[in-house]
Design a protein around this ligand. Structure first.
Ligand code: RP5
Length: 176
């Protein structure tokens, strides 16, 4: 007897954090391999954040709804990772006056130079702080976000100090 096809499972809506201080958004699932380093770094610093995939080109309305929603729930800083035409951080910065840090993805054809130039060439009046291509940029976007939040949050300031002290201790004096 032919088996009944299983009912299609409704797509779960993306997890919403209760009080996110940082909103991390990326243009594609393919950016997560890099952007997870931003989320991991914020986790190490115990900074609540929300991670989402929304594209400036493929899902522009959904992106703007998310920015307004997460800002309404407390986000004070945004991190946006994208590759190629990489309009995402610019659109985030056009939608919110909160600080926006852009993470250029390494790309196959141009090695990430396309992403950097797209992000960095913002028109005067709508700033995006652009970090390095790839993992280092994602980590640093999280650390810069933490530094911004630390200006008004002593707990975060202490966590940033500890992160840096631990990092210093971990650098060997000689190669092994
Ligand atoms: C950008 O296009 C994304 O941020 C991603 O880096 C790039 C390629 O996207 P996929 O084709 O892998 O989804 O919008």
């Amino acid at each position: 007897m032919a088996r009944k096809a299983a009912p299609k499972r409704a797509r779960r809506s993306p997890a919403k954090s209760k009080n996110p201080l940082v909103g991390i958004v990326m243009g594609s699932q393919s950016d997560w391999e890099t952007m997870r380093h931003a989320a991991d770094t914020l986790k190490k610093l115990r900074i609540p954040n929300e991670v989402a995939v929304h594209s400036a080109h493929r899902t522009p309305e959904r992106l703007i709804d998310w920015i307004k929603d997460v800002e309404g729930r407390g986000a004070k800083v945004f991190i946006a990772g994208a590759g190629m035409a990489a309009a995402l951080p610019g659109v985030v910065a056009a939608t919110t006056a909160k600080p926006v840090f852009g993470c250029p993805m390494e790309t196959r054809v141009m090695g990430g130079m396309d992403s950097v130039l797209s992000m960095v060439q913002m028109p005067g009046g709508i700033p995006v702080g652009v970090l390095a291509v790839g993992r280092a940029g994602a980590v640093n976007a999280a650390l810069l976000s933490a530094a911004v939040l630390a200006l008004t949050d002593d707990k975060i300031a202490k966590a940033v100090d500890k992160f840096r002290a631990d990092q210093t201790k971990a650098v060997p004096r000689t190669p092994n």
